[in-house]
Design a protein around this ligand. Structure first.
Ligand code: F6P
Length: 534
């Protein structure tokens, strides 16, 4: 029964609250082996988490009681797991090897996936080779990718992570409705050699349509009208809308691809143009390998399951409402932003699948910066603040440009160690005395130089930032997010929470047009509106 398993997990966490992480290695000699797994070329080390052996087993028992395996089968089987929208959720179909036989709500989808992949590949190769040209016959040298949320964050992450330092194609991204974003992206580009890829699952998103119109105006000022469509590519689940907008060509995906899970589809066409097909295929292959691991590994050695359980243990067992993610690779600097959408839009929910309240905390606040930048910003709070914030270190064994004598990863290991070990007040005082401080000075300063320690962290290790490793890493996080949704019994695949603000923005824009707040507007919003109307 999930209820009893939750009670047991909470009780185990209460007992573990007094056990120090560092002591557990001696108390439980099998700890490191039990809490370390290898999956699709990645290593996951959860042995610096707060759980004891008993806590770890209580978490695994929760996964069993919540039927993670059954719900996983429903996901891969193309059932309507997104039950508020009546849709299957089949991003694994997008990265499956040729010849797979996925079905969405019973309908075969793999042949169509392969056909779109072939179209993407051929088109990207034609752009890269110069065979595909713009309105005036010149080859494309720049691509402007227009999209927001799931139609932006994934491709941006892929490009930043894998792009060469001096790419053949100048790929730029525009998401924000603030015209400054588009203005920055277009600076220095030549309309004759610029391709605009408009990415929107719905093709109704206000920001993306406004930016696409701005790009159209920029192109129209320089190009003959009859050739304009060659400069516009649509990527969407609503191809008729993209054609209506003026896209000369459209790459489609289906409604069983969630926006924040769509980077495996034609949504990443701009990256395929920028990187070439082989890199994208490697990215898909890495994810497919993680899919196989997720499907085949037992729960106790299953990387996405264990990563999810560590989060559940922190959030629900120990009531820690935030988690920081620190990728120690500059090229992964967009990972925290990507994970914010993946996790917070998927699992920032308060009701179960049946509509009843979850009754316990769900998705934590996810935030982060690349290492070592974060160390010089918010890590102070993580080391010495009274609230415990679990940390996740994404470590790359070798990154471009670093030396083997001072690898970036050494900083990640040191931070994780400092978080776990801390420094006692006695130790801090002794160090002060040893460095020449007086007894009074040592008494005064020691509390400030004390680190409580016992702060949990996870390490995820990649050998190198290859396309395969990046694919495996993102798929790991996707499945982890899914498993958490299973344990909380929520629908991880809708996002109704973004709708209300969108609707109210329309009504505020009506007030702006009327140059007066509506009579029923609350006093604070009305006063702000008056102040802002120019
Ligand atoms: O923010 C809400 C949202 O619907 C996201 O889920 C989605 O990724 C984003 O907007 C963009 O949507 P679209 O791809 O339809 O433009």
């Amino acid at each position: 029964m999930p209820h009893a398993a939750w009670t047991e997990l909470e009780a185990a966490a209460r007992r573990d609250a007094d056990a120090r992480i560092v002591d557990q290695f001696a108390a439980d000699p099998g700890r490191l082996a039990r809490m370390t797994v290898e999956a699709a070329g990645l290593r996951l080390d959860l042995s610096k988490q707060s759980w004891t052996k008993a806590g770890f087993e209580a978490a695994l028992a929760l996964a069993r009681a919540c039927d993670v395996e059954g719900r996983r089968a429903a996901l891969f089987g193309g059932e309507a797991v997104n039950l508020t929208e009546g849709r299957a959720v089949l991003h694994p179909a997008l990265r499956a090897p040729a010849g797979a036989a996925f079905r969405a709500l019973g309908e075969p989808v793999s042949a169509e996936v392969e056909a779109v992949r072939a179209e993407m590949r051929a088109y990207a190769e034609a752009v890269r080779s110069g065979n595909e040209t713009g309105a005036t016959g010149r080859p494309f040298q720049a691509v402007v990718h227009v999209g927001i949320g799931g139609s932006d964050l994934g491709p941006r992450l892929i490009w930043d992570a894998l792009r060469p330092l001096d790419p053949e194609i100048d790929l730029r991204f525009v998401a924000n409705i603030d015209p400054r974003d588009m203005a920055e992206a277009l600076t220095g580009l030549d309309p004759e050699t610029t391709l605009v890829v408009v990415v929107s699952k719905t093709f109704t998103t206000q920001e993306t349509l406004a930016n696409a119109e701005a790009a159209k105006a920029w192109l129209a000022a320089a190009l003959p009208a009859e050739g304009m469509a060659r400069h516009f590519i649509g990527v969407t689940a609503a191809p008729e809308k993209a054609a209506g907008f003026g896209c000369g060509r459209t790459f489609a995906f289906r409604d069983w691809v969630g926006g924040r899970y769509s980077l495996w589809s034609a949504v990443s066409l701009s990256c395929v143009i920028g990187l070439g097909w082989d890199a994208f295929q490697g990215f898909l292959d890495g994810a497919a390998e993680m899919d196989r691991h997720f499907l085949e590994a037992s729960l106790e050695t299953n990387a996405p399951v264990l990563l999810a359980l560590a989060q559940i243990y922190n959030v629900d067992g120990l009531r820690r409402p935030a988690r920081t993610v620190a990728p120690y690779a500059h090229a992964l600097r967009r990972l925290p932003a990507f994970l914010q959408q993946l996790e917070m839009e998927s699992n920032g929910k308060r009701v179960r699948r049946d509509g009843s309240p979850v009754g316990r905390p769900t998705c934590p606040v996810v935030f982060g910066e690349p290492g070592t930048n974060g160390q010089h910003a918010f890590f102070q709070q993580i080391h010495q603040g009274p609230q415990v914030v679990p940390a996740e270190f994404v470590i790359v064994a070798s990154t471009d440009g670093e030396t083997s004598e001072s690898p970036l990863w050494a900083n990640a290991l040191a931070q994780a160690q400092a978080l776990m070990l801390g420094k006692s007040e006695i130790q801090a005082r002794a160090e002060l005395i040893a460095s020449g401080a007086s007894e009074d000075e040592a008494d005064r300063l020691a509390p400030h130089k004390t680190f409580p320690g016992d702060r949990p962290s996870t390490a995820i290790v990649l050998d190198a930032l290859t396309p395969q490793a990046l694919g495996a890493l993102i798929a790991l996080y996707e499945h982890k997010t899914f498993v958490e949704g299973v344990l909380w019994d929520i629908n991880s695949f809708d996002q109704w929470g973004v709708e209300l603000g969108k609707a109210l923005a329309k009504s505020i824009l009506r007030d702006v047009a009327a140059r007066a707040p509506a009579p029923d507007l609350d006093p604070s919003t009305a006063a702000l509106l008056q102040r802002l109307i120019r």
